[in-house]
Write a protein that binds this ligand. Structure first.
Ligand code: SAM
Ligand code: SF4
Length: 352
């Protein structure tokens, strides 16, 4: 019998002779989709001025997928070869009972089906959750922080307390998680502070990534006033630091350098001045079960309708496979004065 298993044709797993291993998700441009980002809520305890309007209308809670539904959907993606999940939002840690979802998903880490379970957070709730997140196998997290000046932080976030976030970062590090700091480069707000923020982050052993403001969702401000091209930020940084390009690729939009003076890693996410869509390996699920194939395009698949119409995961998997056949080649963001946002959805809806 063992001989029979060893001669199993390719695509069949040993011990499951009649069940072909599900094919990985490959899009029309031959990109393997191995990374799912999940926005578990569109709500947030902050209102960052480049992200949300002051008077955001949030979705009725009844429209949201339950945590069980999110878990089921993630399981379907993992069965089709997704190896990395990132939980995001809105602010993921303000969703009620969110740790239940982490507890459920961590079984895929235990089984080896999932390589990485990560989180993007504003850090306000980290002091409370860091230990449990670490114990569930969350090894790396991204914390978004655009300034180390408490008054500026309050102004950018319209309500946040910097010390709370710094305590959260300290708790995450103390729990053994690797923290990366994500900062949006804002022309007249934090541009001057970026070199010092790098020194701070790298001094604590945290990598840092700079992000260009993207035209996602309507806000009060004109994003052309906020936009700082990272080509300009990089040039300025080079007057203080020696930046050595690194070959690191994550299938994502970031490109990395080593800052020789600090020894730390710095990433640049430049969707406006240079996009890297050709190596995109990701899709995004909203808290209402819409699957977006690209952050910067409108096409989506309504997985909530499929999920609620059938208990059969094969039906759900077929809907996912169909959606992936529609993944576009890339986005075409431009920021121009008095132009409506390129995409009507806020980043907090699609999941950053
Ligand atoms: N609330 C969490 C946080 O702030 O990390 C997770 C969601 S937030 C939408 C994810 C990331 O998107 C943050 O780093 C935030 O700075 C970034 N972001 C939000 N709106 C953006 C925009 N219009 N352009 C570029 N980045 C944006
Ligand atoms: Fe909230 Fe994150 Fe958007 Fe700031 S960037 S308003 S923390 S979702």
């Amino acid at each position: 019998m063992l001989d029979d298993i060893s001669s199993t044709p390719q695509g069949f797993t040993a011990g499951a002779l009649r069940t072909p291993a599900p094919a990985p998700l490959i899009d029309p441009f031959q990109r393997a989709i191995s990374y799912l980002r999940i926005s578990v809520t569109d709500r947030c305890d902050l209102r960052c001025a480049y992200c949300m309007s002051e008077t955001m209308q949030f979705l009725p809670k009844r429209d949201l997928l339950t945590l069980e539904e999110l878990d089921r959907l993630c399981g379907v993606f993992i069965a089709r070869g997704v190896r990395k999940l990132r939980i995001t939002g809105g602010e993921p840690l303000v969703r009620r009972d969110i740790m239940h979802l982490f507890r459920r998903l961590s079984r895929h880490l235990d089984s080896g089906a999932l390589e990485e379970l990560t989180l993007t957070t504003n850090g306000t709730q980290l002091a409370r959750y860091a230990n449990e997140l670490a114990s569930l196998g969350v090894r790396r997290i991204n914390v978004s922080l655009d300034t180390l000046d408490a008054a500026k932080f309050r102004a950018i976030t319209r309500r946040g307390d910097l010390p709370v976030v710094l305590d959260g970062i300290a708790a995450a590090r103390a729990a053994g998680m690797k923290v990366k700091i994500n900062a949006v480069a804002l022309r007249d707000v934090n541009a001057d502070e970026i070199p010092d923020m790098i020194a701070w982050a790298h001094g604590l052993g945290m990598d840092m990534t700079l992000i260009e403001v993207m035209p996602l969702g309507e806000i009060e401000a004109d994003r052309t006033d906020q936009f700082l091209p990272l080509s300009v930020a990089r040039q300025r940084l080079e007057s203080r630091y020696t930046l050595t390009p690194l070959p690191d690729r994550t299938g994502g939009p970031a490109r990395y350098v080593r800052v020789e003076e600090t020894g730390g890693k710095l990433g640049f996410i430049t969707p406006l001045t240079h996009n890297f869509c050709e190596s995109c390996n990701r899709v995004r699920l909203t808290c209402t079960g819409q699957l977006y194939l690209c952050l910067g395009q409108e096409d989506s698949a309504d997985l909530r309708a499929v999920l609620r119409a059938s208990n059969d995961d094969a039906v759900l998997a077929a809907a996912v496979v169909e959606a992936i056949t529609r993944k576009p080649k890339g986005h075409d963001f431009i920021i121009e004065r008095q132009r409506p946002a390129a995409v009507p959805r806020h980043m907090s809806v699609t999941g950053g």
